[in-house]
Design a protein around this ligand. Structure first.
Ligand SMILES: Nc1ncnc2c1ncn2[C@@H]1O[C@H](COP(=O)(O)OP(=O)(O)OP(=O)(O)O)[C@@H](O)[C@H]1O
Ligand SMILES: CC(C)(CO)[C@@H](O)C(=O)[O-]
Ligand code: BAL
Length: 314
């Protein structure tokens, strides 16, 4: 297989210049936004993007704006060189890795703007940009969709995601962008933002990739101890069981929820939420009938918060 080095771009203006130049030559651009520490789930998004665009940009940026002060920004895993090696060896490679030094750097007075000194590996504790400001005060909120599930326990998460994705769209100007359905609520929020704000980007949701034993692939899995990793299998196991129970006629959501909660707790997990919601509106459903629902879970194993979900169509 041919090895191809991606071009690495760190400057916002240079990124925009590259995209505009490619578009002026009639090329289409697919964007895959990531926070790095790439795994097979990310690589599947790239394969999906390849089906829809001629050139592929992968962004690697751990966005401080979506973490609150108590969350895990300072320990979020990174391995930029490892990521590049993985990207080099995939079929067709990628064209550009956009790795901005700081997307929230507007070139002003760094002393006064504060909040831009995002030192993670250096151990400096950092949080969302709220306190320091970072010279940034514009946020996008997708008001209804962001309220439940992950939005309840991560209060700045979705405004941070929507805002950074809008910034990436404005800098990269892609035709298509691919998001994983593992982050189901995030995918729906980005879709809604694009519709509501008339971004000229087609948003594609790509299927979730699991490890062979069923665990949803996630960069944070690296922080699980072997014991926690074994216990965490209760999430996917209980979701598959819920799906077959529903298909077998157990369609009352309260019962399905209860059995998912019980299985995860019995394995030692701490539930953040288990919700059964409509796939588009993300509103709670009481009884699974004809339309598509998705069972969404967030649970803690030790210090690691994992999310997973299962779409069910009867
Ligand atoms: N297992 C997976 N299958 C499909 N897509 C995935 C999977 N894991 C992550 N993605 C997608 O990759 C994109 C980048 O996600 P991100 O870099 O946060 O990785 P992650 O594994 O979700 O990390 P974490 O959940 O630990 O933050 C998102 O669109 C996300 O939904
Ligand atoms: C979409 C995203 C790259 C925005 O920072 C992030 O939330 C992620 O990796 O899922
Ligand atoms: N994949 C979502 C990024 C986050 O949890 O912050």
């Amino acid at each position: 297989m041919a090895i191809r080095d991606p071009e690495i771009i760190r400057d916002k203006q240079q990124m925009r210049n590259w995209s505009r130049s490619m578009r002026s030559q009639g090329k289409t651009i697919g964007l895959v936004p990531t926070m790095g520490y790439l795994h097979q789930g990310h690589l599947s998004l790239i394969a999906e993007a390849r089906k829809h665009a001629q050139l592929i940009v992968v962004s690697i940026y751990v966005n401080p704006g979506q973490f609150s002060a108590t969350e895990d920004l300072s320990t979020y895993p990174s391995d930029f060189h490892g990521d590049i090696e993985k990207l080099k060896s995939i079929n067709g490679g990628v064209d550009v890795v956009f790795n901005p030094k700081d997307l929230y750097d507007y070139g002003g007075d760094r002393e006064r703007s504060g909040g831009n000194e995002v030192e993670r590996e250096g151990g400096v504790v950092v949080s969302c940009l709220e306190d320091g400001g970072g010279g940034h005060e514009t946020w996008i909120r997708v008001e209804r969709l962001e309220k439940g599930m992950c939005g309840r326990s991560r209060p700045v998460f979705f405004r941070g995601v929507a805002t950074v994705v809008a910034k990436l769209f404005n800098v990269v100007e892609p035709d298509v962008a691919v998001f994983g359905k593992k982050d189901y609520q995030q995918w729906r929020i980005v879709q809604r933002m694009v519709r509501d704000l008339d971004f000229g980007v087609k948003v594609i949701g790509a299927e979730m990739i699991r490890d062979e034993d069923g665990l949803a692939m996630s960069s944070r899995n690296v922080h699980l101890s072997p014991q926690e990793r074994g216990q965490a299998l209760s999430i996917s196991r209980s979701l598959f069981e819920a799906k077959s129970a529903a298909k077998g006629g157990k369609t009352a959501c309260s019962e399905l929820r209860r059995s998912v909660i019980e299985s995860i707790e019995a394995a030692g997990g701490k539930i953040d939420y288990v919700e059964i919601v409509d796939q588009e509106s993300l509103e709670a459903v009481e009884e699974i009938k004809g339309g598509g629902v998705v069972v969404c879970v967030a649970a803690w194993f030790g210090k690691v918060r994992l999310i997973d979900n299962m779409e069910i169509h009867l």
